[in-house]
Design a protein around this ligand. Structure first.
Ligand code: SF4
Ligand code: SF4
Length: 259
């Protein structure tokens, strides 16, 4: 009798992050059991102490690169992975911790720590793709669990994931949510932010703050002048762009114009 075909091996890696994106995988609950039947969850310290050695068919990487050790470690992860997918705002754009990129990190370390000489940190927080080849970037803070399942299934079937790259505005229209800019006069990054969340914030009557990062070809100049004409202060526009995806190139370049 032929031996059964080994299941594809999945690994989940953590860098500088809050673990929220990994928890999205555990949050899959009903689907997780079906998934566990199809794949070997070989390395997922958040879920199990059992760690099987690589190579791995698919690595999901959460978190950004903020230390010299992690800058080296991510290359080892790449070497062990057939496919590497970065998940979440930290891994795809440096995360909220990339606010350090606009300031003097050494100054913070000197003020915060009694013994700054013990701290080994980089001056920047950067995306995984700034260091190694990434096969796909899944956005969000945290990622959407349906999109996460789609990405896992797609890579295990050797196909491209079906993830839209249009803006959050399209999702508002799809679910019939009134536009918060037009109806409530509130600032919203929906026109320049990638869809995927189902337009959660506008549905609860507040503006999008861009946690899924820039949409494809975002027209930031147009949104900026539109909001400023309606009274938005320059500093408020900068702050709106500098949240979870401050270091995403489109948001970074637009917010740097305001300085
Ligand atoms: S992207 Fe958001 S939810 Fe995911 S690890 Fe980073 S801070 Fe946490
Ligand atoms: S509406 Fe914007 S800020 Fe809110 S969850 Fe969606 S992408 Fe994130």
């Amino acid at each position: 009798m032929m031996a059964p075909k080994p299941k594809p091996k999945l690994a989940v890696w953590k860098f500088a992050s809050c673990d929220g994106c990994q928890l999205s995988l555990l949050d899959c609950e009903d689907e997780l059991l079906a998934l566990a039947g199809e794949i070997d969850i070989a390395n997922f310290p958040e879920a199990s102490r059992e760690v099987k050695p690589g190579p791995y068919d698919l690595s999901l990487v959460e978190g950004s690169i903020t230390t010299p050790r992690d800058r080296d470690r991510v290359h080892e992860v790449r070497r062990q992975s057939k496919y590497l997918v970065s998940i979440g705002a930290c891994a795809t754009a440096g995360g909220i911790q990339s606010l350090r990129n606009f300031k003097d990190v050494k100054g913070f370390v000197d003020v915060v720590y009694a013994h700054p000489d013990y701290i080994e940190t980089l001056a920047t927080s950067t995306a995984i793709s700034d260091h190694v080849k990434v096969d796909f970037e899944l956005r969000g803070c945290p990622v959407d669990k349906s999109q996460l399942l789609e990405v896992i299934i797609a890579f295990l079937r050797d196909r491209r994931p079906n993830i839209p790259n249009y803006s959050v505005c399209v999702e508002c229209k799809q679910r019939g949510t009134p536009c918060v800019i037009v109806v409530r006069g509130e600032p919203c990054l929906g026109p320049v932010t990638q869809a995927g969340c189902g337009a959660i914030c506008p549905t609860y009557h507040r503006g999008c703050y861009g946690c899924f990062g820039p949409a494809e070809t975002p027209n930031l100049a147009s949104l900026s002048s539109w909001l400023k004409e309606r009274g938005m202060a320059r500093d408020d526009w900068t702050r709106l762009l500098r949240t979870y995806n401050a270091n995403a190139p489109a948001f970074k370049s637009e917010s740097s114009k305001c300085e």
